[in-house]
Design a protein around this ligand. Structure first.
Ligand SMILES: Cc1ncc(COP(=O)(O)O)c(C=O)c1O
Length: 349
């Protein structure tokens, strides 16, 4: 009976945040941008020649790469594009972590890392964050099969200085270090500038957060051309056309609108600071965030109870029922108006 059960792959998948349909919901649970994408994206999609959908997309993705080359000091063969940074990271894990030794990442970080290790049977070890939820860099200096660090980290929002990131890369010249920079545009310095100095570094970024394009799924890695070639070979053993042509047009337009990008991120940063101050007035302690979300706790309020109360008021935030962080809520920074509604709701709890 159901003997096939022993032959198929069983895995506990990553559980993404809820994507509700309702219009009246204030959605602060998956770190999307509260602003629409650049108007240049609207124009690029409107002007897109629909007849081209007949053809397979370009797998070189030259337009998107050239826009990224104007932002970062990288060459075309130092960029790898994929269907969201989740796919880029998943292919990165498959390409770079092929050793018997465990890879290392923090005990509190993006929970997809464990899932990819389980999926690909990559041995892994978690290094505990310190009592302030900071990464202890020395934990990553020993022999390992690779290192993954989200910087700023999620769900804490804490940023690790570039010098410390460089120290970790320097201590791991025999393995690959992936720096996941999904949130770097909200307050940190990218490690992208180090890819010419270290051939064991891959920096991964996304269009989903600071470029307000979570819906089109575009992410990328920047690394030494040999690492990029290795990723391309793995990708081309799986699916050559991961990025559709409409997404390529939108991503290129978004990357070229620097003015709009800067305006949105500075609004988000100032709303973040406003929200942290308001929460502090209500007795909350918030970890120092360099991201478009905050991680906050109140010793007099049960986090799960508050999460459920906010849900009943149509405000969705993220609660993780996990050791060390089960009294915290992760709250995405919305518009100033949305955060005012949130603060009012919390004040009435
Ligand atoms: C740390 C981190 N990395 C990567 C991602 C994946 O983003 P995407 O696949 O939308 O590019 C997320 C999404 O929330 C994230 O929090």
């Amino acid at each position: 009976m159901e003997l096939w059960k022993d032959k198929i792959r069983n895995i506990d998948p990553y559980v993404p945040g809820e994507q509700p349909d309702g219009k009246d919901i204030i959605k602060l649970n998956t770190n999307e941008s509260p602003y629409p994408p650049s108007p240049m994206v609207k124009k690029a999609i409107a002007e897109y020649d629909w007849e081209k959908l007949r053809l397979y997309p370009s797998f070189v993705c030259r337009g998107v790469k050239s826009a990224l080359m104007d932002i970062y000091d990288v060459k075309e063969d130092e960029i790898f594009l994929g269907n969201g940074s989740d796919e880029v990271l998943a292919l990165g894990f498959m390409t770079f972590f092929n050793s018997d030794k465990p890879i290392i990442f923090p005990d509190i970080t993006y929970s997809f890392y464990d899932v990819w290790c389980e999926l690909y049977s990559i041995p892994y070890k978690k290094a505990a964050l310190d009592n302030s939820f900071c990464i202890v860099k020395e934990d990553y200096f020993g022999e390992n099969g690779g290192v993954v660090i989200a910087n700023p980290n999620a769900p804490t929002g804490i940023y690790m200085a570039l010098d410390d990131i460089e120290d970790i890369i320097k201590h791991n010249r025999d393995s690959i270090v992936i720096i996941d920079e999904a949130y770097i545009d909200f307050g940190g310095i990218s490690a992208a500038e180090l890819i010419h100095k270290y051939d064991n570094l891959a920096v991964v970024q996304t269009y989903s957060k600071s470029r307000a394009l979570a819906g089109i799924r575009v992410g990328y890695a920047m690394a030494n051309s040999k690492l990029i070639q290795a990723m391309e070979a793995v990708k081309n053993s799986f699916n050559s056309y991961t990025l559709d042509s409409l997404s390529q047009a939108a991503a290129e337009a978004a990357a070229r609108d620097t003015e709009y990008f800067n305006r949105c991120r500075s609004n988000i940063i100032s709303t973040r600071e406003w929200t942290v101050n308001e929460l502090s007035r209500l007795g909350f302690d918030t970890l120092p965030s360099s991201a478009n979300f905050i991680f906050t706790t109140n010793k007099n309020i049960d986090a799960k109870g508050l999460f459920e109360y906010l849900r009943s008021k149509n405000i969705i935030v993220r609660y993780f029922n996990k050791p060390r962080i089960d009294q915290y809520l992760r709250i995405t920074i919305g518009t100033r108006e949305q955060m005012e509604v949130l603060i009012k709701a919390i004040g009435g709890y």
